[in-house]
Design a protein around this ligand. Structure first.
Ligand SMILES: Nc1ncnc2c1ncn2[C@@H]1O[C@H](COP(=O)(O)OP(=O)(O)OP(=O)(O)O)[C@@H](O)[C@H]1O
Ligand SMILES: O=C(O)c1ccc[n+]([C@@H]2O[C@H](COP(=O)([O-])O)[C@@H](O)[C@H]2O)c1
Length: 196
């Protein structure tokens, strides 16, 4: 009998993906001895509907570019291809169908973790994956509102980066070199993303 694979799931809008996402995923992969971390760009992030989100294909391609060099990182289109608003309960159900023998670990920053009770079908989430909350500068990491044993909290190297700040910098003509991977800088420029 083979051991179960341990698979991390890093969901995000990734508009654009930045080194905060990549460092968090890398740190969790190492600390939890994950065989793979699957990055899952959102289709329609319903809690971000107040602002325009870049096309899913651009966010998907930036995620592929950013993760391509890491043999343990991969990217899934499940949330994009499903269509409609993105609910993590659906993400985890689809991934469980695809990887029925694997243990899933869903990775979230402290800000997202604090909002989980507002997510669709919240009780289902903890039956499908173990949650891992990671530190993020400016946010308090707390799992007291979640079912006992359902979440682990870990400290990751502090990266005071957000996609919002990256978009604002591009719009203001400021560089995003070293905040996002080089290939993502070039993709943003090639596609003319985040111009005001
Ligand atoms: N700098 C960071 N450190 C740790 N976790 C992060 C960091 N940035 C984002 N995350 C986590 O990555 C996941 C996806 O985040 P998302 O794609 O919304 O990025 P964001 O920078 O928060 O975007 P935006 O500024 O557009 O809201 C969330 O769980 C979020 O908490
Ligand atoms: O399931 C939900 O209702 C839900 C609501 C908000 C966010 N999420 C998920 O949380 C992850 C981070 O989302 P975001 O919006 O911070 O990029 C991503 O995988 C989203 O699909 C999920």
């Amino acid at each position: 009998m083979t051991d179960k694979r341990r698979v991390g799931v890093m969901g995000g809008t990734f508009d654009p993906i930045h080194h905060g996402h990549l460092v968090a995923a890398s740190e969790v992969q190492a600390k939890f001895e994950l065989d793979e971390v699957i990055f899952v760009p959102t289709g329609q992030p319903w809690q971000k509907s107040g602002r325009g989100v870049s096309p899913a294909e651009d966010r998907y391609l930036m995620t592929v570019i950013a993760t391509a060099s890491n043999p343990r990182f991969s990217v899934s289109r499940v949330d994009i291809d499903r269509g409609g608003p993105t609910y993590t309960a659906d993400t985890l159900a689809d991934l469980a169908d695809r990887f029925p023998d694997d243990d899933l670990f869903f990775i979230t920053g402290a800000d997202a973790l604090s909002q989980i009770v507002s997510w669709k079908r919240v009780d289902e989430l903890f039956t499908r994956a173990h949650f891992i909350g990671v530190t993020r500068p400016g946010f308090r990491l707390d799992g007291h509102h979640l079912p006992a044993g359902s979440v682990s909290l870990i400290e990751v190297p502090a990266m005071a980066i957000s996609s919002t700040a990256c978009r604002d910098r591009v719009c203001a003509g400021q560089p995003v070199w070293y905040l996002v991977p080089d290939g993502v800088v070039q993709y943003i420029s090639k596609r003319g993303l985040y111009q005001c």
